[in-house]
Design a protein around this ligand. Structure first.
Ligand SMILES: Nc1nc2c([nH]c(=O)n2[C@H]2C[C@H](O)[C@@H](COP(=O)(O)OP(=O)(O)OP(=O)(O)O)O2)c(=O)[nH]1
Length: 149
């Protein structure tokens, strides 16, 4: 999660990571201006030369401290393409969703960036917290479910 002042004017590519543990998914409440106070998947911008899997693993590590190998990142069918206006200047994100399943020994997520996130917690998909970050909100409305995808 980052500072929206860095957002490009042109659309950018983002990756959201659905980290699953049993019946639950990991979400954190955002503290950055874009989507302030909404619940979001860990994720972020694709960097130059990076694969989607590398981006997912890197963002997860940066935001939660969890070391999940990029080989464990699976593609999900969901993708979003959102124009977000509330962060000070318009920005558009085309995003893909990846999934990883927690395994024994992975440890627990830490709030590595407390200025950007209130903390991480596990939520049942059928009982998600509100409000959700808009890209996730719209994906859910469209029927996205990382447990079935
Ligand atoms: N965290 C997250 N961001 C998403 C998702 N879908 C989506 O379009 N985005 C977009 C909007 C966010 O402002 C943008 C970057 O994510 P972020 O704001 O949480 O992450 P970040 O600044 O740490 O990214 P970065 O600069 O470190 O690359 O990605 C999603 O599911 N989760």
């Amino acid at each position: 999660m980052g500072n929206q002042t860095e957002a490009a004017v042109a659309p950018t590519v983002a990756v959201g990571v659905c980290l699953l543990k049993g019946e639950k998914v990991l979400l954190g409440r955002r503290r950055c201006s874009l989507g302030y106070s909404t619940f979001s998947l860990p994720g972020g911008h694709l960097e130059l030369g990076e694969s989607f899997e590398e981006c997912a693993a890197r963002e997860l590590k940066e935001e939660t401290g969890l070391d999940i190998d990029k080989k464990r990142m699976e593609f999900l069918t969901a993708r979003t393409n959102e124009l977000l206006l509330e962060g000070g200047k318009p920005c558009q994100y085309a995003s893909v969703c990846m999934r990883a399943v927690m395994e024994h020994g992975d440890g627990e997520p830490q709030n590595v960036e407390p200025k950007l996130c209130d903390g991480w917690d596990w939520y049942e998909w059928d009982n998600l917290p509100k409000p959700l970050f808009r890209p996730l909100h719209n994906a859910v409305l469209a029927g996205f479910n990382p447990f079935r995808a």
